[in-house]
Write a protein of this length. Structure first.
Lengths: 512, 512
């Protein structure tokens, strides 16, 4: 329980004790100097317009995740020449390792199951989770276009399971779930389409500067080709002209310990992260340097389904979101009691786990894992454990046995009556009491997962400057932007956000 | 109850219903375009280094509140020539209309009353309120220097009441309170000192640009003299050289509806504000344009002691913070019950009031207003009302009579036992049961009050750029910075922050 020790807390905060200890000593130092620089490390300097451009395209897209690929496909469809630049040696960014869930309202799958939903209801859920800090005009587009966005991915070849998943904070089940339980199920068809369309996708290419030419706005980019992440100054400087626009779709910065520590000093390197190593802040900061307006940058989300027995995103979260949270319980081992609605929004759940001061335990029975993919792998890796009885499970995780017995008994009565009297978790009709062996358990501890804030954009996905005007030639979509999700993003809303605004950015950039 | 109607809510958020309504319509628009531009409104453009400077000083201070004046005095003391620029026609910014409270740990007044306090305890309170988002190295300096900062103001001539006040979120009473219950009690002696030292304080002078000269960093400012706030382009452009440094001490942006709406769309013009009209964002944005790192900008504080029966900061808050909150109760008129620890931090209290969906009522008896200054004025203006009995008070505010009776009876038993069993409010030894006529009441509704976020600074008050390096020649202090307070600022911590870091900024700027 090394990690739990690091995070032992008696309040609702990550490593509170450690933080106080640190804060109690000499000036501890926050930020870049203290935590190691992930981005360029050079003074924020502008690049001049080059005498000669090495390459030119109508639209230059930075990043090859959901948002970047959607922008590229729609810009190309609109007739523009397009290049996609990806700093990592593999395409797909964080999208290709994400959970493969995509929220949408009023979809065919929902209708099939008789689930009543609407953009209005999805808006309500999204604003409630976002603490009403969402930019309403962006959230509105996001929900209105959600169902069409899923359809669009299906047309490209994405394959989804035949029923929607019910994730925390959503009033109804509305999340499409790829058959391979991974964002790769959406990214790969998009990559295939990009290839078919003849759009070059240039890997190992780092954006170093946006190039601004006075009133013309952004006219191109200075990049490093054959860049070896995260080696500063590696690769060769190349200038690419963007005749119509640059789309920033380089993702969030949850893995940028330096910058995230400036925004929230609790989230230092002791906090694990679900993101790929390239989820760093340098493109965001370059846009700030060019006068883009920062929005809600300090709202950094922790995933409540993180498992401390594996690194990064891992696979254990699948058991949590498709098994223990909807069909089982999460308990505090100290007393065996539930302590939060297992389908509340991520912030509420993550804060609740942190507040206990130690790992929580997710529990489900055989019926509860009916929809849990990769269970065998989790068992093989020792992330999820299997037990013949709840007593054995309690003994293994050192859960108060009588407490757990009572919790399960009470919970089962709620399931029977369709009413979680204690925490108000929405119970699905198909839910069954926790009673059928074998039983499964997993330890839970939050990990840094998503950065809600970023660049301010308008409904055309244009990046806005500090006076509220669009920066000519500059568009952005996905996790690098702020506003759609407000303070707290709901699970599976990110994929939708990226597709919806990636497409809008690509379409508008192509217009120039 | 017009305002309550605007803010009728059933969740914990400002104008939630209105917000949903707005969000439900066509793209509502957030920010500058939608809410009217308070700042320059021109594209964020750099100013060139002028061929000839109109004036020159070692140190140019922007803003004449606590932080700016402290910087000016200490820079001058260190031997620098100094000018203070103030955009408004009157000096003192928000400081001169603030409540005149200043928190410090381990002070002579505390010792006199036998109150045990330490920088360590103040640090704990500050971090807890700040949700551990505070930059620890800044918070540490702030608490360590707090007592010396109060002493410094006393040496300059500030006069304080002979006992410390107990404000929400502070474990112990530690707030010095000016005899005139206003920040003017501190600002006026500072202004006098500035005059004595021969430091020019130039009013109606707007900072339009920081002027950067390549590697030399900030070398001066472009300003508008005879500027008529808030008239764009009014006044005459003048260039002032800063041979050693520029200190940004221009305050927060709580009254900048445009920019605060970008950071938190709930805080639109329907939300009142306690700040002076000049509490706008243009200097902050100019520093961002020059590459300063934004920190926690979306954390905007609402004051829970706002009275809807007067505009702006007003005077009713004095009754709340020195009467009803420490010595009385705050109740929900619907049932007459208390609903929050009246001395919790501002965010907890403001959220709790908003959650009720209507005004709360603050109640105190004759003993409870013993330390309440300006009570006559509040009565005269109808902000606070006086009653012979609690029944009369209940009738006037439409409080459930039996509910209030029970609440007061219970609360009085807590006072007798020295233990608030319901909400854990720390009860002072001098507290008495609410029983002595006349009784006083006031309506309460939160107002935008303080912006916790802003420019990132290091312990030397140097402004840091997006790569983590200090921007040469640029310093900042007070509400324009972020980090000291984290997510939530405790009452009376702002004054201390301004004095402590204003002095540090002035001293370091003078070194050049």
């Amino acid at each position: 329980m090394t990690m739990a020790k690091n995070h032992e807390v008696n309040g609702a905060n990550v490593s509170r004790r450690g933080f106080l200890k640190k804060a109690g000593g000499a000036a501890a130092g926050v930020g870049l100097a203290a935590s190691g620089l992930m981005f360029s490390g050079k003074p924020a300097q502008a690049a001049e317009v080059p005498k000669k451009w090495d390459k030119e395209y109508d639209v230059v897209v930075i990043g090859s995740g959901f948002a970047g690929l959607a922008a590229a496909i729609d810009a190309k469809t609109a007739g523009a020449s397009v290049i996609v630049l990806e700093k990592m040696p593999v395409p797909g960014g964080n999208s290709i390792i994400n959970g493969g869930l995509m929220a949408a309202a009023g979809t065919p799958l929902q209708k099939k199951e008789g689930i009543k939903d609407s953009p209005e209801l999805m808006m309500k859920d999204t604003l409630k989770a976002g603490l009403y800090m969402n930019h309403p005009e962006l959230a509105r587009i996001f929900v209105d276009d959600s169902a069409a966005a899923v359809e669009w991915t299906i047309k490209l070849g994405a394959k989804y399971k035949d029923r929607v998943t019910h994730l925390g904070g959503h009033t109804v089940p509305r999340s499409y779930y790829t058959t391979n339980s991974s964002g790769a199920g959406i990214v790969r068809p998009m990559l295939k389409k990009v290839k078919e369309m003849g759009i070059p996708l240039q890997k190992k290419t780092l954006l170093e500067n946006l190039i601004i030419d006075g009133d013309k706005g952004v006219v191109g980019v200075k990049v490093r080709e054959k860049y070896a992440f995260p080696k500063k100054d590696s690769g060769k400087v190349v200038y690419i002209k963007a005749k119509k626009g640059v789309v920033m779709a380089s993702g969030g910065f949850a893995n940028d310990v330096a910058f995230r520590t400036i925004q929230d000093p609790k989230l230092d390197k002791s906090v694990d992260c679900t993101n790929h190593p390239g989820a760093t802040a340098e493109s965001l900061l370059e846009a700030f340097r060019c006068g883009a307006t920062p929005v809600q940058v300090s709202w950094i989300q922790l995933g409540p389904w993180g498992c401390p027995d594996e690194k990064g995103m891992g696979i254990g979260y699948i058991f949590a979101i498709s098994g223990a949270f909807p069909f089982g319980v999460m308990v505090d081992p100290k007393d065996g009691k539930r302590f939060v609605n297992e389908l509340a929004n991520r912030k509420i759940r993550a804060d609740a786990i942190l507040k206990t001061g130690h790992y929580a335990i997710g529990v489900a029975d055989q019926n509860g894992v009916k929809y849990t993919a990769k269970l065998d792998k989790m068992l093989e890796r020792g992330i999820v454990k299997k037990f013949n009885t709840l007593d054995e499970l309690a003994a293994y995780y050192k859960i108060d046995k009588k407490g757990l017995e009572k919790t399960v008994k009470d919970y089962n009565s709620y399931v029977k009556n369709g009413n979680d009297k204690e925490f108000g978790k929405p119970l699905r009709k198909s839910a069954k009491p926790i009673a059928t062996a074998p039983f499964y358990g997993m330890r839970l501890w939050p990990k840094a997962h998503h950065t809600m804030g970023g660049l301010q954009i308008n409904p055309k996905a244009q990046v806005l400057d500090l006076t509220g005007e669009p920066i000519k030639g500059l568009y952005a979509a996905g996790e690098i932007t702020g506003g759609v999700h407000g303070a707290v993003r709901l699970g599976s809303n990110a994929t939708t956000d990226c597709i919806v605004f990636g497409r809008i950015a690509g379409q508008n950039a192509a217009k120039g």
